[in-house]
Design a protein around this ligand. Sequence first.
Ligand code: ZN
Ligand code: ZN
Length: 346
Amino acid sequence: MTNKAIFMHGTNDMIWKEIDMPVVHDKDVLVKVDIVGICGSDVHYYQHGRIGDFVVNGDFILGHECAGEVVAVGKEVKNLAVGDRVALEPGKTCGKCEFCKSGQYNLCPDVEFFATPPYHGVFANYVAHPEDMCFKLPDNVSNLEGALVEPLAVGLHATGKGNVKLGDTVVIFGTGCIGLVTLLSSKARGAAKIIVVDVLPNRLETAKRLGATHVINAKEENVLSKIDEITDGQGAHVVIDTAGAEITVKQTADVVKRGGTIVLVGMTPKDEVEFNFMKLMGKEGELKTIFRYRNLYPVAINAIASGAINVKDIVSHEFDFEQTKEAFDFVVSNAKDVVKAVIKIG
Ligand SMILES: [Zn+2]
Ligand SMILES: [Zn+2]
């Protein structure tokens, strides 16, 4: 077996290398990678070589949204067998800190997360991963859908934190991949009105197709008065910002209902942005944030298997492994058209 991987090689460049087969520890499984999604963070590292304090040093393998087939198991693996198809949750945590022990393992300070420097990602033929972070896919969930569990988990976490429930009105700012999985998650949790805001007409069309009841083009319409009109002046129970624009973060306080909840998901280019806390306090609104997700892979897989969430509809472009660099360059130069690109490695 040879293990080929593609590394980012400085910014906007990639090289192929043959790498050693991964060491399979007793509690690990060896996975033959089949599908890997290209995430906004991968593209950001590819273009800029860093995200905040995480800096890429030397050649680096990107990719953290993946699914594949188990081809070998460690001595102590109990619940998975060769031939099982699995989705890989990317973060290996310490299991010992207070966050891990309390189930908030996404906050573990010692997490080793795929494609977050210095830990390599999964654009390779084979990867070893702990059994307990590999989730078996039922027969009616494809590897493609398995790879999409990762972004979907973000949408499920955002809507869970916002406590989106039956009959709610939800406003979602942004129609990137995360905006759309937040939409799918809101719909699955029973939201009655889902209002999606962006400036790209084609993306707003996609949002409509995926179940948005109302879409607002912020370039053409007044967002605040339009939401006022749709909600009879009440605002939304839950407002989720995935756009990470200064203006949308600010508008969350305007459009949230009295007693409602705001969840910030999108990262703003500037660390500090202006926000009207007096307005939020006058409504007794809650302001929440999320960091990745936790305990949601089984939920996402069950939701896909049951048909509650049709996640594969967010895929807009597919490429072969050999075309990985072309795929990244395509995503960079067609950012407005690409919702989710995936690479077929298998
Ligand atoms: Zn991702
Ligand atoms: Zn920990």
